[in-house]
Design a protein around this ligand. Structure first.
Ligand code: ZN
Length: 332
């Protein structure tokens, strides 16, 4: 694949200092908004995004009216629809002007032309394989470290906001855009309970801030990956589903911080309502990170603190179910 960029074909975490890959990413971004009209228009349109801010105890949520996200929010992700469309993350289907940079043997970096963030990357697997995170956590952590502290890297489960559930991918956007990037620490102080601690690894259950979630912090990639697997299996609870429903947000700033949001539903009831009660909202990692995306003005104008609470309640794990998983993780 040609990038039109200085040739830096192969990189790996070992070859690249922490965060240094962000320079390559920025170079790709600059190239694309200069040479690809769809991307240029997409980022230009962000200046017209309207924002409403809601303050809760120890955290905040923003609602963004972003019409460019209509494709993703309304994406049909049932097996039939997926099988009938060409996959937009397979390299042979990329638009002519979309350039890719190879990150490592398994992943490439693409500029997302329908952005939420001021700098928004899609990071697909080189291969067309299903969206499943368990075996990919090592790659996600490596990529997060390569991009460094100025980016949050995130994952949407196949039924938790991923618009290509058939093609493995993660995404990255500017750190600090999602409210939780900077509010997690105060949320963890107010609502968190340490469920496990060992040397530099710490797992916290954060409960009571609209969406219950786990944070895992460590400098050790192997330990962090093993801890993620424990959480994965605790959430799976022996059920046959390939992957427990979840969204994940990761950042690296001298250590990794993984935020894991267990889910109970793909979309809230409002999504399926007819007529006036219908709200086009399809919560994914960014929404759970505190920035809710509404592609239609009529939905954005309706949004209230009560509605936000209700949407979160409908798609995240209840206190009882989350508490049971936290207890299981604590008993070892
Ligand atoms: Zn594909």
């Amino acid at each position: 694949m040609t990038t039109g960029l200085p040739d830096e074909e192969f990189r790996s975490e070992d070859q690249v200092d922490t965060g240094k890959f962000s320079l390559v990413a920025q170079e790709l971004f600059n190239h694309q908004i200069k040479n690809w009209k769809l991307a240029a228009d997409g980022y230009q349109s962000l200046s017209a995004v309207h924002i409403k801010k809601f303050k809760f105890d120890n955290f905040s949520i923003e609602a963004h009216f972003n019409p460019g996200r209509i494709i993703s929010s309304s994406a049909k992700v049932d097996a039939k629809s997926i099988s009938e469309r060409p996959c937009f993350l397979c390299k042979e289907n990329l638009p002519y002007d979309q350039k890719a940079v190879k990150i490592n043997e398994n992943y490439i970096l693409l500029v997302n032309p329908y952005p939420i963030f001021n700098t928004h990357f899609t990071i697909p697997s080189v291969n067309h394989v299903p969206q499943l995170i368990l075996s990919e956590m090592g790659n996600m952590l490596s990529i997060s470290k390569m991009l460094g502290k100025n980016y949050s890297v995130f994952y949407n489960g196949p039924e938790c906001g991923a618009s290509a559930p058939d093609h493995l991918h993660i995404q990255a956007g500017d750190f600090g855009f999602m409210k939780i990037d900077t509010e997690h620490e105060s949320m963890a102080r107010a609502y968190g309970k340490t469920v496990y601690q060992e040397n530099d690894l710490k797992t916290t259950a954060v409960q009571g801030c609209l969406r219950n979630y786990f944070s895992v912090e460590s400098e050790d990639k192997t330990k962090l990956t093993a801890e993620f697997q424990k959480i994965f299996y605790a959430l799976q609870n022996g059920k046959s589903r390939l992957e427990p429903m979840m969204n994940i947000i990761c950042n690296y700033n001298s250590r990794w911080r993984l935020l894991i949001f267990p889910r109970s539903n793909h979309r809230p009831g409002y999504f399926y309502e007819e007529g006036e009660n219908n709200i086009l909202v399809s919560p994914a990692a960014v929404d759970l990170g505190g920035v809710m995306i509404f592609p239609r003005d009529k939905d954005f104008s309706k949004i209230s603190a009560e509605l936000i609470k209700d949407i979160f309640m409908q798609v995240t794990l209840s206190g009882a179910r989350f508490g049971a998983v936290a207890d299981k993780l604590g008993n070892r």
